[in-house]
Design a protein around this ligand. Sequence first.
Ligand code: FES
Length: 148
Amino acid sequence: MIDLTVNGRAERHDGDPAMPLLWYLRDSLGLTGAKYGCGVGLCGACTVHVEGEAVRACMTSVGDAAGKAVVTIEGLDPAGDHPLQKAWRQLSVPQCGFCQAGQIMQAAALVATNPAASPDEITEAMSGNICRCGCYQRIHAAVRQVVG
Ligand code: FES
């Protein structure tokens, strides 16, 4: 039995501790914001926070999150008004949108730990999050709007 906190709520997992956290969030809790892109840690579509750190939920097991605080895009700001979400809307960042929850969660971890990140630091922090539509310039601009 695994106890963890997801978006501020106490949750319990009675199944296999090796289940990917992404499966647990999406299939057991119905939190479908984090997406399955590659399943092998290469695209970032599944990015969530564990103890404030951006992690790949496809490569993290529920057991890895035991006793820890997990935050998904649904819990980043209950009203959807995190400064990054506002910037995303203002700059109309997404095209298809599939990768965007992961992009925002990756950026949110950066903003929380380095609120004055330089353009190069933004590029470095976001370099592992793939966008097949190629929205990289707008993603970068939106993050800069928040840290600038
Ligand atoms: Fe997890 Fe691609 S689905 S990194």
